[in-house]
Write a new protein. Structure first.
Length: 86
């Protein structure tokens, strides 16, 4: 990755949206909500609790979205992360 986050920032790739519910009903694109979880791709040097490769849960409106190499990514502060999946 050519972009390195500074200070306590992390770059997260949002996990894929669900295509259908647990009951088997397909969700149209207009009704889908953006997932609040993803994988940390890179972490700044001051990050203490997360590292690249961690799967995290973050606040709904956390960070700033941007595109790089055709991928939708989010850059956010480490404080915006609510938890790390074990």
């Amino acid at each position: 990755m050519a972009l390195k986050p500074l200070n306590d920032r992390v770059i997260v790739k949002r996990k894929e949206e669900e295509e259908k519910t647990a009951g088997g009903i397909y969700i149209p694109d207009s009704a889908k909500e953006k997932p609040q979880g993803g994988e940390v791709l890179a972490a700044g040097p001051e990050c203490q609790t997360v590292k690249a490769g961690d799967t995290v849960l973050f606040a709904k409106y956390a960070g700033s979205e941007f595109s790089m190499d055709g991928e939708e990514l989010i850059i956010m502060r480490e404080d915006d992360i609510l938890g790390v999946f074990a």
